[in-house]
Design a binder for this molecule. Structure first.
Ligand code: PMP
Ligand code: GLU
Length: 397
């Protein structure tokens, strides 16, 4: 029979990539679109990183690497974790993959069995529930509202844990909300987890360096948590290296070994040249990271100010990452030329088609009353996009 597997039929396509694709298609047709849909830095990869990649090509880094990555890269990651996070790992506790996306998926596939529950605070990054379903697990959503700054509380976590809970996925700074858990908040969540020894934490810290509150905290830093936490990180966001595809996990050896086995059968070690470039990113001069962070902070201040001026948009000020996630449900039920806005996806499509600004509806992030705007673009683009959005929503009656 010509049919796709049930596993694949259960899977939804990525809404962030789909919207970005749509925006590129319209651009190719000559429509002047401003793309606030995709979450990727608009900066170029730093020169020193590019130079390291050229060198790697000249030095014939053209063969398979060890599955978990070259020792030089794993050492650079170990030093980064020590220097920036105060955490000690050995080489056997690090596995490099084809982007942090594969790192997340490896860990979920390695840990989740059919029927296992995975707690995912909502709003969430679009791929988490889909990866959990791919593994046969059941996502359990815990809603963090805009009033609670999009962060779950310890009592919400406690109420969501059952004997079938296998994993908790934390993402801080968060995609899509920009919320950041501070050390005290993570300690309070860890207090709950200490009563449930079998629950592992997947701590997605890919936006670690895009932080506006001055410090990054990891739940692995809380006493007793490192042994049950898998840290996810990589070079995509901090070093403007989305296309190089290098992410990693740092975690307990038994989990890393499991992921290594999976990756060895599935994709092997990630791109050799990118690994050498990533090693330079982690161990070279870090000034570029701070410069990009400052640019993101200026853009954040600008977009928050402009969004607040649009009637109907309710904004929570993000503490990190490069997204704002305003609530726009006041527009539901309104219409333009006979088309009624019923969902956040309708609203995002309306902004795209009439306003020529690409955003992503909150539906895909488990938050149907909001939309996500990525401000990883120039201040001019942000100003123009918000002008367009303001004019466009004024058409809704
Ligand atoms: N986690 C989150 C929360 C993300 O936003 C992204 C970006 N797509 C990733 C992981 C994956 O990043 P990478 O580009 O390294 O695969
Ligand atoms: N993390 C980015 C985003 O959320 C990249 C797209 C993706 O991988 O989903 O837009």
């Amino acid at each position: 029979m010509t049919k796709l597997s049930n596993r694949l039929n259960r899977l939804q396509p990525s809404a962030t990539l789909a919207m970005s694709q749509k925006s590129s298609e319209l651009k190719a047709l000559g429509v002047d679109i401003i793309n606030l849909s995709i979450g990727e830095p608009d900066f170029n990869t730093p020169d020193a990183v590019k130079a390291a990649a050229h060198q790697a090509i000249d030095n014939n880094y053209s063969h398979y690497s060890p599955v978990p990555g070259y020792p030089v890269l794993r050492k650079a990651i170990i030093e980064k974790l020590k220097r920036e996070n105060g955490l000690d790992y050995s080489e056997s506790q690090i596995l490099c993959s084809n982007g942090a996306k594969q790192s997340v998926c490896n860990a979920i596939m390695a840990l989740v069995d059919d029927g296992d529950e995975v707690i995912i605070p909502a709003p969430y990054w679009v791929s988490y529930p889909q990866m959990v379903k791919l593994a046969g697990g059941e996502p359990v959503f815990v809603e963090a509202t805009i009033e609670q700054n999009f962060k779950i509380t310890p009592s919400q976590l406690e109420a969501a844990i059952t004997p079938r809970t296998r994993l908790l996925i934390l993402c801080s700074p968060s995609n899509p909300t920009g919320a950041v858990y501070n050390a005290q908040e993570l300690e309070a969540l860890a207090e709950v987890l200490k009563k449930h020894e079998d629950v592992i934490v997947l701590s997605d810290e890919i936006y670690e360096h895009i932080n506006y509150i001055g410090s990054h905290a990891s739940i692995a830093q809380v006493d007793g948590m490192k042994e049950r936490t898998v840290i996810i990180n990589g070079v995509s966001k901090a070093y403007a290296m989305t296309g190089w595809r290098i992410g990693f996990i740092a975690g307990p050896e038994w989990i890393v070994k499991g992921c290594n086995k999976l990756q060895g059968q599935y994709t092997s070690g990630p791109c050799s040249v990118s690994q050498i470039a990533a090693a330079e990113a982690f161990s070279g001069d870090q000034q570029c990271v701070e410069e990009m962070r400052q640019a993101f902070e200026r853009r954040k201040n600008l977009i928050v100010e402009l969004t607040r001026q649009i009637p109907g948009f309710e904004v929570s000020v993000p503490d990190g990452a490069f997204y704002i996630f305003p609530r726009i449900s006041q527009f539901f039920g309104k219409q333009y030329e006979g088309s009624v806005i019923n969902t956040s996806t309708d609203f995002a499509m309306f902004l795209l088609q009439i306003g020529h600004v690409a955003t992503v509806g909150g539906d895909a992030f488990g938050s149907p009353n909001c939309i996500r705007l990525s401000y990883a673009t120039s201040e001019d683009n942000i100003r123009e996009a918000m002008k367009r959005i303001s004019k466009t929503v004024a058409l809704l009656k």
